[in-house]
Design a binder for this molecule. Structure first.
Ligand code: BEZ
Length: 226
């Protein structure tokens, strides 16, 4: 099982963009590797359709998307055309990111992406809806796991990437439902005097019944702090 901070395996796989080695494919980019249970299924079609619509938003953030399921390359190529049609894309436009064909189930097993509750007609478990966000240092920054019956929200995946990229370069944390531009929080562990120096835009501390001064906000920094 992959833990946060682990170096993501530099696996080699066949994809709709050709044979790929993960680290070389990512280069200096961030990566989102996400699996789906099966090609030609309804929820997966809506998910990959949404991811394709948002692919420019991911590239703007220097993030490369990679999808994966236990189907083969031919199915991926045929299904991508359905997804583009579902999106009402211009006829002939290409699906914008690679889909890995893990029909031998090697990667889903190695990376713990299988859903033992969701099986195909022959009783073989399918891939769950996993999301792995990988940093430019190739380490796992975030993982989310959904069952087959619950589609993901790709706006949320963009939102967490905004938080991950901000907090990778600044000693801040983002609160519940944070959106870019909102105030951020000063993490516990930064002493008051240091916080004042680190955040020249100001630190606002909310008074609480406990008298403890842990709810500290500062405007979102725009620049790389470290
Ligand atoms: C779907 O994508 O619609 C789906 C796939 C497997 C199980 C349930 C739903």
């Amino acid at each position: 099982m992959m833990l946060l901070g682990d170096v993501f395996p530099n696996f080699e796989a066949d994809s709709t963009f050709g044979r790929m080695k993960l680290h070389e494919f990512l280069g200096d980019s961030w990566g989102v590797l996400f699996s789906h249970p099966r090609d030609f299924t309804p929820v997966c079609t809506t998910e990959l359709g949404r991811a394709a619509q948002l692919s420019l938003e991911f590239s703007k953030r220097n993030v490369k998307l990679i999808a994966l399921s236990v189907d083969g390359l031919e199915e991926h190529h045929d299904w991508s055309k359905d997804i583009m049609a579902y999106n009402n894309a211009e006829p002939g436009s290409e699906f914008p990111f690679p889909i890995i064909a893990d029909d031998r189930r090697e990667l889903v097993e190695e990376l713990g992406m299988l859903d033992p509750e969701e099986k195909d007609q022959s009783g073989m478990p399918l891939s769950a809806r996993c999301v792995f966000v990988i940093g430019p240092d190739k380490k796992l920054k975030l993982s989310i796991l959904y069952p087959a019956t619950t589609g993901r929200n790709f706006d949320e995946i963009l939102r967490v990437i905004d938080s991950l990229q901000l907090t990778a370069h600044n000693r801040v944390a983002t609160p519940v439902d944070w959106r870019p531009g909102d105030s951020v929080m000063v993490p516990p562990g930064i002493p008051e005097q240091e916080a004042l120096k680190l955040f020249p835009a100001g630190v606002y501390t909310k008074d609480l019944p406990s008298g403890k001064k842990y709810l500290r906000y500062t405007p979102q920094p725009n620049t790389h702090q470290q």
